[in-house]
Design a binder for this molecule. Sequence first.
Ligand SMILES: [Zn+2]
Length: 283
Amino acid sequence: MATSVDLVNQAPEGTKLWFLHLGNLECDDGWFKRAANASSASNKNPTNARRQLIMLACLIEHPTEGLILFETGAGDDYPDVVSPQISDVFARVEYNSTMDLGAQIAQTGHKVSDIKMVIMGHLHLDHAGGLELFRNTNIPIYCHELELKYAFYAVATKSDVGVYLPHYLTFDLNWVPFHGSYYEIAPGINLHHSPGHTPGLTVMQVNMKNSGTWIFTSDQYHVKENYVDDVPQGWLARDHEAWIKSHQKIKGLAKRTNAKVVLGHCWDTVRELGIEFAPKAYE
Ligand SMILES: [Zn+2]
């Protein structure tokens, strides 16, 4: 892991960043926090608390690289492309067409066809569904080598199917892997391999001139309890030991860079950071 370049790699003058709101989910809290909703001897049938989640993405207008999209949400055709069981467990709620990926990008004054690069934090269905818009376009879809390998393997062998979908793990997308723990993918944009939630999960750090450093954690953290209170993830956790190591790394990175840390699905964090969605542009 590199440290000295964390803040040296500044986004050039004129870089803009938008938050895209791609819908909301409602699910059992047990997916996101270890032992949430667990029964005990004194409380054999606890009420199953449910959680309201946001799905979001980030669009960056970059003076030298063009338009960069970080993650894609569940896709405009969710839940039609998943099984009734999945859409019942991960229920998309309060959705309307203004939350379509194309509609959110239009709020920034751009079109989907303007995008020059997509960066994926990880390939679970609620982040990668929108990749359908990039079929046969030759737009590079950057993703960590280990995520790409694991996602295809998980679907092909059915070892972890349900969170990854064959729907978008296809050969008509221009997959481009990146390797190792750290990659300066563009001026001002650093990627950090942060395994745990998934083998190839990647955190994106953006050093903006005026608004400072933003860290987009994808689902290293679903909700603030994971990040702030060190509560491990629930049923969606995969490699706990790796998650703990990534957690330490990201906390250190955030402290060094005085970053605003944007979690995968946390409405509380969005409100606490005062995040405004497109058309509001951060510079
Ligand atoms: Zn997610």
